[in-house]
Design a protein around this ligand. Structure first.
Ligand code: NAP
Ligand code: F7E
Length: 353
């Protein structure tokens, strides 16, 4: 008998992790469904290379309009897709922006998770299907707690984003305990790639390095250079999400490299890749500081190593080089456009991110 394909539903499929996870699951033979938001311009750049016309019999990736602030649509999508696995990656994920839009962040990140869990619970109730759910929790939940942080470290969130992620984490734990649902929290530390949004610090830096090298930009405005983060590669981290849903029991797992670097060290590495000195280009803009900061995150992922067999493949130096090389190529293409009379917008430096 032919085995039916596993079906996954991903919220936040258009984001950095959604794109890597889609590639990963398609390669494993899954049928992948993603929820996308309606926007006035296309927002599917990161997954366009995976998309086929749904009339094409070889199509394995399907997109559905929806939003975590709309519970009715979440229910309808659950009924239409009938997934085996749900990955909740959708979020207003920018910490600095969450101070500007706290209520919206709480609605999407905290209550949005609750709405999705309700939709999954109701679907399990009517279908009897043992759906497994992954919740994208964050190292930001640890906030001020000193490193190394593990599953046993208490939370001390420092931003509306982090508070909302703590709420979502506990909704997940509560639904697991109250209703016996298979829900796992992946507490992921920062993970980056050439697909990272351009207002997160690593990508903001590597975009600037490429443009400065090509003469398209001279200054890079940043905030706090003294924060330490445990930066891993997003491609490695999505494998951990999948492994968590293949485990015999639902649980909570920290995913991290175990190594931390300051923003200043990130600058040394990234500018150093192209023989540039960041001190000649970086200026501090106080508007980029956060009202309350998270000083030092470094994770202990030994539980995931032991129980899931997960490990890091791409280290910090290789990650930075991968991002710089990608963004140098992008800057060269931008330069060629500009040299041929096209207008090139340098948005990254002006955004409040
Ligand atoms: P990202 O690139 O910012 O992507 C966020 C995704 O969420 C996008 O697809 C976005 O859609 C979608 N989204 C935003 N608001 C939504 C709403 N109201 N309803 C439905 N979808 C919405 O984030 P990421 O880096 O891939 O991270 C994935 C998840 O992991 C997020 O939950 C994030 O908070 C969490 N996380 C990330 C990290 C990290 O270092 N990357 C670490 C720990 C946890 P649009 O494309 O339309 O904006
Ligand atoms: O900031 C400092 C900033 O915005 C890192 C999200 O994916 O990871 C991410 O959150 C550090 C902070 O990431 C600028 O103050 C200095 O200390 O790249 P970031 P984040 O806040 O750690 C966690 C795990 C998530 O869950 C989040 O969704 O860099 N920094 N100058 C700056 N940061 C930004 N963005 N821009 C600056 O100009």
């Amino acid at each position: 008998m032919k085995a039916t394909k596993k079906r996954a539903l991903i919220t936040g499929i258009t984001g950095q992790d959604g794109a890597f996870l889609s590639e990963f699951l398609l390669a494993k033979g899954y049928e992948v469904h993603g929820m996308i938001r309606r926007s006035s311009t296309f927002n599917t750049d990161r997954i366009d290379h995976l998309y086929r016309d749904p009339h094409d019999p070889s199509a394995q990736l399907f997109l559905h309009y929806g939003d975590l602030v709309d519970g009715g649509c979440l229910r309808r999508i659950m009924e239409r897709v009938q997934p085996d696995e749900v990955y909740n990656l959708g979020a207003q994920s920018h910490v600095r922006v969450s101070f500007e839009q706290p209520e919206y962040t709480a609605d999407v990140v905290g209550t949005g998770t609750l709405r999705l869990l309700e939709a999954v619970r109701d679907y399990i109730g009517v279908s009897g299907k043992p759906v497994r759910t992954y919740q994208a929790s964050s190292s930001e939940m640890f906030g001020t707690m000193p490193p190394p942080q593990s599953e046993r470290t208490p939370f001390y969130p420092r931003s509306p984003y982090a508070v909302s992620k703590v709420a979502a984490y506990y909704y997940a734990v509560n639904y697991r305990e109250a209703y016996g649902m298979f829900i796992t929290n992946g507490i992921l530390f920062n993970h980056e790639s050439p697909r990272r949004g351009e207002t997160f610090v690593t990508r903001k830096i590597t975009r600037a390095v490429g443009r400065i090298h090509c003469g398209l930009q001279d200054k890079l405005y940043l905030g706090n250079l003294d924060a330490y983060r445990d930066w891993g590669f997003a491609g490695d981290f999505v494998e951990a999400m999948w492994l968590m849903l293949q485990a015999p029991e639902p649980d909570d797992f920290v995913i991290a490299t175990g190594e931390s670097h300051s923003v200043r060290e990130m600058l040394d590495h990234a500018f150093g890749c192209l023989g540039l000195d960041w001190r000649a280009h970086v200026e501090i803009d106080p508007r980029l500081f956060r009202p309350s900061e998270v000083d030092h995150l470094r994770g202990d992922a030994s539980k995931a190593a032991k129980k899931l067999g997960w490990k890091v493949n791409v280290g910090f130096a290789d990650l930075v080089r991968m991002m710089v090389e990608h963004d140098l190529d992008l800057a060269r293409r931008e330069k060629s456009l500009r040299d041929n009379g096209f207008k090139v917008a340098l948005r990254g430096n002006h955004a409040q991110g």
